[in-house]
Ligand binder design. Structure first.
Ligand SMILES: Nc1ncnc2c1ncn2[C@@H]1O[C@H](COP(=O)(O)OP(=O)(O)OP(=O)(O)O)[C@@H](O)[C@H]1O
Length: 340
């Protein structure tokens, strides 16, 4: 069943988005795949488009992803993942999961599609959150979205979506997929909107999972997506994009992390002259480039390094200090060799 708001869909956008509504990513930008055949959109069509489960997050991106796939002729249903129990939080209610689920329900109702609620709290705790806190304790600044995409969204959720009858799982990520003409694994490409590209967050997902994935927004800009949502009258059209770490919600990050990682006060040391400037609250609360906020020191100092063994945070005066700039980076646990 089609949502009632769909009939007049994107009339002003019809010409501009014709490629998207057809689901033909290659027609939009034939050169960007570097000689590859398709963007992963048209692999299902053989008389029928197939069934697609869309990961609904309660935001505008996944709402428009579902809308576009429906318009392209896929049979669509929504899947909402619950990864975190906000009722257990100290102070409670900082996580937006309840509101996000409600918004997903409203969008699915509007589109006339089913929404399934799936619980991954246990897997998220063991496969994402525990590693996240361990890395903080080691003085690193991990990004939990990478592990979530690798272990939850494009593993557990994908598997469940397929069991529920989907041929593919789609999300509202700004990224593209290409099947090389010469064969070989599906390749991950950046989304065309440079300001929104999310391929980095997907870099640890295996190429085998990508065989069963669609990214309908990869050839759109965020402005396009908002315009589509407004013209369709989706309740999420003007919803603010999520920022930061979902399970931290609106809480102060230092308060949050100190509930899970031991915080030992230690020295702030200035890289110019090695002088001791004050005491930090715990090394896990600081990351490179961050303003240090040293109490009693009015001048801004920025974090340029940490030494976990002696619990020291190194800082430099001023945002243009040379110690803040670098020309190299050390990367670890990079899994996917097919990113372009
Ligand atoms: N709780 C969830 N349940 C199901 N799918 C999700 C969930 N959270 C995120 N996703 C999927 O992953 C995509 C990227 O997630 P991310 O958290 O980066 O959201 P976003 O860029 O703010 O997008 P949106 O506007 O859809 O919230 C979403 O568009 C959605 O398809």
């Amino acid at each position: 069943m089609m949502g009632h708001g769909g009939r007049g869909l994107v009339r002003p956008f019809k010409r501009v988005f014709a490629h998207v509504l057809k689901g033909d990513g290659a027609a939009w930008d034939p050169t960007s795949c570097g000689g590859f055949a398709s963007s992963g959109f048209s692999t299902l069509s053989q008389g029928r488009r197939g069934v697609v489960a869309v990961g609904m997050s309660g935001g505008v991106d996944s709402s428009v992803a579902a809308l576009l796939l429906q318009r392209q002729g896929y049979e669509v249903f929504g899947v909402y993942m619950r990864n975190w129990d906000s009722r257990d939080e100290a102070g409670g209610g900082h996580c937006t999961a309840d509101q996000d689920y409600e918004d997903s329900q409203r969008v699915c109702k509007h589109l006339g599609i089913k929404l399934h609620h799936l619980d991954y709290q246990k897997q998220y705790w063991t496969q994402v959150f525990e590693t996240f806190t361990q890395k903080f304790a080691m003085g690193l600044t991990p990004n939990p979205d990478l592990a979530c995409n690798q272990h939850i969204k494009f593993d557990a959720l994908l598997e469940n979506a397929l069991q529920m009858g989907a041929d593919k799982l789609a999300t509202g990520h700004y990224a593209r997929l290409c099947q090389p003409q010469s064969g070989g694994p599906v390749q991950l490409l950046r989304g065309i909107d440079e300001n929104k590209d999310q391929s980095y967050f997907l870099a640890n997902v295996g190429a085998d999972a990508f065989e069963k994935v669609l990214f309908p927004l990869g050839t759109l800009t965020k402005a396009d997506v908002r315009n589509l949502a407004v013209s369709e009258g989706l309740v999420t059209a003007t919803k603010r994009s999520s920022a930061g770490i979902c399970f931290v919600g609106r809480r102060d990050f230092r308060d949050f992390i100190s509930e899970y990682v031991e915080m030992k006060p230690g020295p702030f040391v200035c890289v110019d002259g090695n002088s001791h400037l004050g005491t930090h609250t715990g090394i896990a609360a600081y990351t490179h480039g961050q303003r240090a906020g040293i109490s009693g020191v009015p001048k801004p100092f920025y974090v340029v390094g940490k030494n976990v063994e002696n619990n020291t945070v190194f800082v430099a005066p001023g945002a243009d200090h040379p110690a803040l700039f670098c020309t190299s980076a050390v990367a670890g646990t990079v899994r996917n060799s097919s990113c372009v």
